[in-house]
Design a protein around this ligand. Structure first.
Ligand code: ACO
Length: 203
């Protein structure tokens, strides 16, 4: 009852909605953000625009609704450079940098706005073995039936076919379910910082 297919530009609104509805350590983050698009601008939109050949979705066969996605970037360093030139400038004009608000007092929207103005670069010692990175999110109705694995297999095969030697991903420290999923698929923890765990997988 689900079809896995390459993402299309017309999936953009669905990707943004799924990103928001899974954006609180895998749970619905709709109530946390005043702007329903701000998370998608960081974690979904850039991939569909700048790495569309590594974006795949899960479509419900009856309703045609998109219920999940996996989004990858084969060369994280090059992707970050592209976004610095072509993606962030327009968003920086829309979302002000909350630099004058102390970090501890920032709202969830302001924390994401800060990321838009100061996107972190992946560290070189992670990029050397694992130059690609990915995001995967399924709505609750699509979870737990092997579809996360199917999406991952599709993306990892596409990365392998492109000659990529390894992939990494970042996951919230409190998202223990996703961490179990990644370990089960063979990813290994390569870094742990307050609030976040980085996993890596050789391809
Ligand atoms: N611990 C151990 N094994 C697990 C776990 C777990 N917590 N979760 C799943 N597995 C195993 C399954 O048993 C299954 O094993 P098998 O294939 O050997 O039988 C395998 O992993 C695949 O499980 P799926 O059913 O495909 O997993 P699912 O479809 O639920 O996808 C995912 C997992 C992506 C985490 C999904 O639940 C989801 O989208 N959750 C909400 C959003 C989220 O947390 N996304 C990750 C954010 S971090 C990032 O994007 C980098």
């Amino acid at each position: 009852m689900f079809t896995l297919r390459p993402a299309r530009d017309t999936d953009r609104a669905a990707l943004y909605r799924i990103c928001l509805e899974t954006g609180a350590s895998g749970e619905d983050a709709t109530h946390l953000y005043a702007d329903p698009l701000i998370l998608g601008h960081v974690y979904a939109g850039p991939y569909l625009t700048h790495a569309p050949q590594f974006a795949f979705v899960l479509e419900h066969q009856d309703s045609g609704d998109v219920m999940g996605y996996v989004l990858g970037a084969p060369d994280t360093a090059a992707f970050e450079t592209t976004l610095e030139r072509e993606w962030w400038p327009a968003l920086r004009g829309v979302y002000p940098d909350p630099l004058d608000v102390p970090r501890a007092d920032r709202t969830p929207d302001q924390r994401i706005a800060h990321l838009i103005h100061h996107p972190p670069r992946a560290p070189q010692d992670i990029l050397d073995p694992y130059p690609a990175h990915l995001h995967i999110d399924l709505l609750p109705g699509a979870q737990g039936g092997g579809r996360g694995r199917a999406l991952m297999t599709t993306l990892l095969d596409a990365l392998r076919a492109a000659g990529v030697p390894g992939v990494h991903l970042g996951v919230g420290e409190s998202n223990v379910r996703a961490q179990g999923f990644y370990r089960h698929l063979g990813f290994q923890e390569v870094r742990r910082a307050p609030g976040a765990v980085t996993f890596g997988l050789p391809l």
